[in-house]
Design a protein around this ligand. Sequence first.
Ligand SMILES: [Fe+2]
Ligand SMILES: [Fe+2]
Length: 308
Amino acid sequence: MFVLAHLSDPHLGPIPEARLSELLGKRFFGMMNWIGARRRNFGASTLAPLMADLAAQAPDHIAVTGDLVNVSLPAEFDTGATFLASLGPPDRVTVIPGNHDAYVRSALQYHLERWAPFLAGDDTHPDTPLDVDSFPFVRRRGPVAIIGVSTAIPTAVFLASGKAGRAQLDRLRAILRQVKAEGLFRVVLIHHPPVGERHSHRDLRDAAAVRAVLAEEGAELVLHGHDHRASLSRIPGPDGTIPVVGVPSASAGPEDGRGAGRYNLYRISGAPGAWACEMESRGYARGETAVGPRDVQVLLGAPSAVPA
Ligand SMILES: [Fe+2]
Ligand SMILES: [Fe+2]
């Protein structure tokens, strides 16, 4: 049994003091958004108890699907690195960027530089600088291959859309084929959901192309953030449907309109052709301030047998 935890969109605060020149344009509006969110019980006071519960569950690995920061100021990436290190060592914690981690064009390098130990593939030499061509990366852990896709592209003010891009999708296709041949359980991490309908200002521009690659090559599990909502969809794959799971923001309080703060645990067992995966959702619930178990669903295979 391998236990993978998934959390997303912590949008860590506070936003550090910035030079006026850094706050012109898109960052200014992002800053106003963050101040508004804080008033809605969104932040460290809800994140810390959730992360304490996560640590107590002692998962084998933790996946963080982006939007760690808010307006991509340099100091926010140091806060992000501290947060990632608080979850565990880099070989047990994997991050991919979200749109807020590439909020403006001048900030594109920060996550690649400052979070490198957490988003470098197994075959990347520690001294090799990461760039957009480093995605997707692969990290093999026990029976699982964790495949990190980047949809983080800088966009104009009021836009939160993402794109994987043709070159990355060509590499994703080859990676999915390779790790299947190795007999591994394939988990794809992608910030923007490749399923569902949403306004064009915040969608995944090439969602259909991403789904086409998944439909051809398959994957056992796709995990995303961005919507700040709990969701479970299924998309066609070559060997049956592929579960696609979204999780609310880890910093959302019990009264958050999009969903109280949660993380998910995936208990993975079985073997190639007969994988089993059960998901447990843990966190807050509306009207309750304590963190606890909320929901269990079987995503793949038969429900796990209860010991007598
Ligand atoms: Fe987000
Ligand atoms: Fe996002």
